[in-house]
Design a protein around this ligand. Structure first.
Ligand SMILES: Cc1cc2nc3c(=O)[nH]c(=O)nc-3n(C[C@H](O)[C@H](O)[C@H](O)COP(=O)(O)OP(=O)(O)OC[C@H]3O[C@@H](n4cnc5c(N)ncnc54)[C@H](O)[C@@H]3O)c2cc1C
Length: 220
């Protein structure tokens, strides 16, 4: 659309702002996420797309009115683009999950994800992860929450052994309820959580699983 309108486009913005002259400031990570670039396109209309779920939609307000300007667009033909095949997305889409059970470097081995998977399955949730475990190959990138992973907004986000680095918080801080389990009471994740346990995840999860099973009538 931007090409047809002969205007600029900034894709994958994580924030938007206006400067003093009313120009759109398009804010997005650049250089592998190491800086936040503020981009101001010179061409008008200014166009931007925002990263999925990075903004909370407002409730619908029918009183609000905006001016709609209809512009004719010349759709170019013969672009040379050809669809060769359609590929089904494999694996989980954690951006859509209502419950996420996430682990961080507090996990001692990749096998221990089984413990979290059991909890996630009982709650009807999916597994999430901080980046180091993804980088170590313990779990797929589609589970990574954060700046260079997925932005999630589940009803419940459970963080086990995750410190709460800014890059991780960026991806989950808007979750409805955040529950953290961490050995360190000064871990930043505690500060953003609605409920927390200062303790060892290996001591907290098994009784939690048993209690959920008991409540569900799966064990006596
Ligand atoms: C450009 C860039 C992009 C990044 N993008 C991302 C991203 O998308 N997502 C992301 O997560 N990170 C990202 N990072 C990395 C980020 O900076 C942190 O290094 C990372 O989030 C830390 O992961 P962690 O919390 O699992 O590990 P740590 O910071 O090492 O924290 C481990 C926590 O586990 C606790 N713990 C240890 N053992 C136990 C136990 N038995 N029970 C309970 N608690 C325990 C510790 O007290 C500690 O708080 C990025 C970094 C950069 C530079």
């Amino acid at each position: 659309m931007a090409a047809a309108l002969k205007t600029g486009l900034t894709a994958d913005c994580v924030d938007l702002d206006l400067d003093d002259d009313g120009n759109l400031l398009q804010i997005r990570p650049a250089f592998s996420g190491n800086i936040m670039a503020q981009i101001k396109t010179r061409t008008k209309p200014q166009m931007a797309t925002v990263r999925y779920r990075v903004m909370k939609p407002l409730n619908r307000d029918p009183c609000r009115r905006g001016e709609v300007i209809v512009r004719e667009a010349e759709v170019p033909e013969g672009t040379g683009i050809e669809i060769l095949d359609k590929v089904e997305i494999m694996g989980v889409n954690i951006s859509e999950a209502d419950i996420i059970v996430a682990a961080g470097r507090g996990l001692k081995s990749p096998e221990d994800f089984k413990l979290l998977q059991e909890l996630a399955s009982l709650l009807g949730g999916v597994l999430g992860s901080s980046r180091p475990l993804v980088d170590s190959g313990w779990i797929g990138k589609e589970h990574q929450v954060g700046f260079s992973g997925n932005v999630v907004k589940p009803k419940v986000y459970m963080a086990f052994g995750i410190s709460g680095a800014p890059q991780h918080l960026f991806g989950m801080r808007d979750s409805d309820i955040i529950i953290a389990v961490n050995k360190d009471p000064s871990a930043p994740i505690i500060g953003v959580s609605d409920y927390y346990v200062v303790g060892d995840l290996y001591e907290v999860i098994p009784p939690l699983i048993n209690e959920i099973k008991r409540v569900k009538g799966l064990v006596k």
